[in-house]
Design a protein around this ligand. Structure first.
Ligand SMILES: [Zn+2]
Length: 444
């Protein structure tokens, strides 16, 4: 449509509006785009060119253009309108998106993190990132990497959404996600349980949240260093917080309302009847071992760690020896049955494990020197408590945590976890159950 035809339509629209009763004033506003002198529905540098030529007396403006050209709204079209027009263009240039936007091309999602003049495009499935410089040229967005260049037509729907029409004809819609930039290296995957009783199952950059009451919702999220944003449903329903990494299995998010929520990785896998939580073999009152699981002795790595600890203890003047290491299912069954006969089931359950539930069956636990309360507070017990973590052991049933571990305090019982993990657990001040957010309770 030529400008003259457009102007004719505009005038026709204006006169029909004038004839309308006052109930229809809403028609008037959207027709005119201030500064859109060439009537291409976008205010861009080409409008400045038209305006400059008008000021130089090279072009005349028709009626529609005259209305559009009074950018500062003072009733005159003159050189004072030029800076106002440039302001509009600069403002719309600011619309070069900043922050993270979700691009959706027929359901395939990508994450675009724009930073002035650059963009990283993250594929949530592969976790790979690509970096481009990006330039907004009027209604084109030009992406460049090295000598390669691709461009796309931009159409803004609103402040929070736009459409890119790529050179190959495909259309990608964009929704604003958050101000921070996505770092592909910060992806969270897997299952996380929180101190508020929520479970986040994360795959790529989206996931499922199961609330305390079992209600399920879906989210998208963006990790960026210490910033993390979760979005449930619409853009308005975002929650952002600062993430602090505690150790390899925990981080804490301080939400914008000031509340903190601790996230614990919890991948529970059962292989051959044996339960591993985040790869850690677990035997407690909740998780049992099959009757035929029998390493036959203390596992070599745990034995080597004990030998090293024993040698260092000896140098420090303490004598340590293992009084009970591996115990088979049938031997534990015999022990437990005897204790029940002597003290009754309730009492026996506080100090002895039922068959299949003993950590001694794992080959990773051992009782040192004397397996009884007499050992508590001995110099050897104190030395073990202070030093065992350096060799990869933890005091498995600490004092005051009986309700959590399911057992009385045992200063003599250590569990081998390996040096790194033992240090993380010890540093957390938590029992292994608390560290992994699991419980230790017989089902019957
Ligand atoms: Zn023990």
């Amino acid at each position: 449509m030529t400008d003259i035809k457009k102007a004719a339509v505009f005038v026709a629209v204006l006169s029909s509006i004038a004839a309308f009763p006052a109930a229809y004033p809403a028609f008037a506003a959207p027709v005119m785009l201030k500064g859109d002198l060439n009537r291409d529905d976008i205010v861009s540098v080409s409008d400045v060119v038209v305006f400059r030529n008008f000021l130089l007396g090279r072009y005349g403006l028709n009626e529609t253009q005259t209305i559009a050209a009074d950018v500062n709204g003072d009733g005159n079209v003159d050189s004072a309108d030029l800076p106002a027009l440039q302001d509009i263009i600069l403002r719309s240039r600011d619309k070069l998106p900043i922050g993270t936007w979700i691009g959706d091309c027929g359901g395939a999602k990508r994450y675009f993190s724009f930073d002035s003049g650059t963009v990283s495009i993250v594929d949530p499935n592969s976790g790979s990132s690509q970096f481009f410089t990006v330039e907004d040229v009027g209604d084109l967005m030009v992406f460049r990497v090295g000598r390669a260049e691709m461009s796309a037509f931009v159409t803004w729907d609103s402040e929070l959404s736009f459409i890119l029409k790529w050179e190959n004809g495909s259309t990608e819609t964009f929704r604003y996600f958050c101000d921070s930039k996505i770092e592909a290296t910060e992806f969270l995957t897997g299952r996380w349980v929180t101190s508020q009783g929520r479970t986040f199952e994360i795959n790529g950059l989206s996931g499922k949240l199961t609330g305390k009451n079992g209600d399920v919702s879906r989210f998208e999220y963006a990790p960026d260093g210490e910033n993390i944003t979760f979005r449930f449903g619409g853009t308005e329903n975002s929650t952002a917080g600062k993430k602090t990494v505690n150790d390899s299995m925990h981080f804490t998010v301080t939400w914008s309302d000031g509340t903190a929520e601790r996230f614990t990785r919890q991948e529970i896998e059962v292989r051959g009847g044996i339960t591993y939580v985040n790869g850690i073999l677990i035997a407690n009152k909740t998780y049992s071992l099959p009757a035929d699981y029998a390493p036959g002795g203390i596992l070599p790595e745990a034995q080597a760690a004990f030998n090293e600890m024993q040698a260092d203890a000896k140098k420090a003047g303490y004598s340590l020896s293992i009084v009970s290491g591996f115990r088979s299912y049938s031997y534990q069954n015999q022990l437990y049955t005897n204790y029940v006969a002597r003290d009754g089931k309730a009492a026996a359950d506080t100090y002895s494990a039922r068959a299949g539930h003993s950590e001694h069956q794992t080959g990773l636990a051992m009782d040192i020197n004397y397996a009884g309360t007499w050992f508590n507070n001995t110099p050897e017990a104190k030395w073990i408590a202070e030093n065992c973590v350096r060799y990869g052991f933890i005091i498995r049933y600490p004092l005051g945590k009986e309700d959590i571990t399911g057992y009385q305090y045992e200063s003599w019982h250590v569990r081998y976890l390996g040096k790194e993990l033992a240090k993380e657990v010890a540093d957390s001040g938590l029992t292994l159950e608390e560290f992994l957010c699991i419980d230790s309770r017989y089902k019957s």
